[in-house]
Design a protein around this ligand. Sequence first.
Ligand code: GLU
Length: 604
Amino acid sequence: MFHFNLLHSLLRSHFQFNFLLLLPCLLLLCLVFTGPLIAATQISDSISPEAETGRTNKEALLAKQHLVVTANPYASKAAFAILKQGGSAIDAMITAQLVLGLVEPQSSGIGGGAFLLYFDNKNQALLSFDGRETAPAAASENLFLTAKQSPMGFFDAVVGGRSVGVPGVIALMWQSHQQYGKLPWKTLFTPAIELAQQGFIVSPRLAQLVTLDQNKLGQQPSTRDYFFDLKGEPIKAGATLQNLAYADSLSIIAKLGKKGFYQGRLAKAMVNAVQQHPTNPGLLSLEDLGNYQVKTRPNICLPYQQIYQVCGMGLPSSGALTVNQILALTEQAGLSQLTADNPQAWRLIGDASRLAFADRARYMADPDFTPDYSHALLDKTYLSKRAKLLGRNIALSDVQAGELSLAPDTVTQLASQTSEALPSTTHLAIHDRDGNIVSMTSSIENAFGARLMVGGFLLNNQLTDFSFQSHYQGQVIANRVMANKRPRSSMSPTLVFKHNKPYMALGSPGGSRIINYVSQVLIAHLTWQVPLQQAIEMPHLVNQSGVYLLEQDTPATQWQSALEKLGYKTQVKPLNSGLHGFVITEHGLESGVDPRREGLAVGE
Ligand code: GLU
């Protein structure tokens, strides 16, 4: 542990100085300190208040048997206790998610959706569960258009009932528990019910986000009553907050199972809140809730550097397709020959991302409603052709989606569409003692979702992940709104296999930037051998459409002139990821927790 911590603090202090110039030296240090990492049960209890920069220090934890990494200490500890009781990774995921819905309500909850990647160790099988929200049967492509047929303002669409899709989290938990649960369903609800009854300590991040959002949260009676005191003041960090309505809702679902949520009292309350919203009503109906189905999707996997397979969630998430395109393009363009202190490395990463995002905008949407181009997008010949575009020294001047080598009549003309999801969402990763793995990203879309609270939980605004317009210059947009369709996502729950064995679990919130955060960590760890925790701590550099975004208050800002010389515009921004995961080494399970959030790894 000593060596590891020493290296870690060196990395941290040097990263503050100039991480990129020092990376080669740091990599050398990694090689020197390859002595065995001593297994330890190191549970850091401290939730330090977020510093002004929004960062809290995180230490990598090394566990032997089982490990939980989530965005909140309450959730990690509750899930870990489930593992200790003999629960499976799926059991622990359910408990973690139910607690997160209470203590990190801005990011995810039972009123939202999730994508779950699950490795079943006994059967050596990888499964992708799609618990994405679905558009109501009554939805049409006009959903987000004004009376004048122009797109609504983003928050005009978000706040209220209009943006609420059929939630998928409970169905996903139910189905995965039926298949892989060990402890009784009811048992998994107890920690969240008790915590909601007793009250939890409001974290600095939750308090800060409520304050920032008071204009919206404070105007909706259901959220005002919960997140504000009687004088109308937003809840404060350190205060104890009870949620008896949530405890009550969970008790119903604990007793009745999935139908306790999709039918009966809770279902009626959700439909009522959506349809009766006074200014922005929506279309969610009891039939929509009753018809909701979790879908198992084909996994998206691509080899990386011969020894790895990088796997993730397929459509309707664009996550794994786009992440894998970025990895394949940069690999073929020779990224492994370049170190992280070379501006050309960031040109390759930035332009590969621009090419992949152009394809994403044109071709990726719910495969049950639009043609599925997944195979064509990861085709070897296609990717080599795209990678050749990177063979230059300066930034690409013009980036377009590629022409896919399909028979012409199989390609619908699809106009490009980009929409920037604003970051909330949460990622958790769990390894149980039987070797089963959960990598799950869960979301209610925007922070606090639709700002509608029912039964102590927030309803999602996931439908605003659809394109607001259905056509562009006469061409149809793949990700347009359609009845019963699932909006395209960027969520990228990832599992990496090394020599065909599970090696790494990873994911993040961050809207469409999730794809860049996850790709950067994969490149840093798998190509540049930066230890996972340090790879997560590296400042973010993100380029989706030509402007290079550099993470504010980090050494990334020092790249401004080098990148501008290559032809990019640059912009300094907070880039708030929440990267969580672990790697499986010969020494054990080694965690990675994002210092930009309040997460915690717990294991032994
Ligand atoms: N709604 C986004 C998606 O599904 C996630 C939002 C976020 O990460 O903040 O891609």
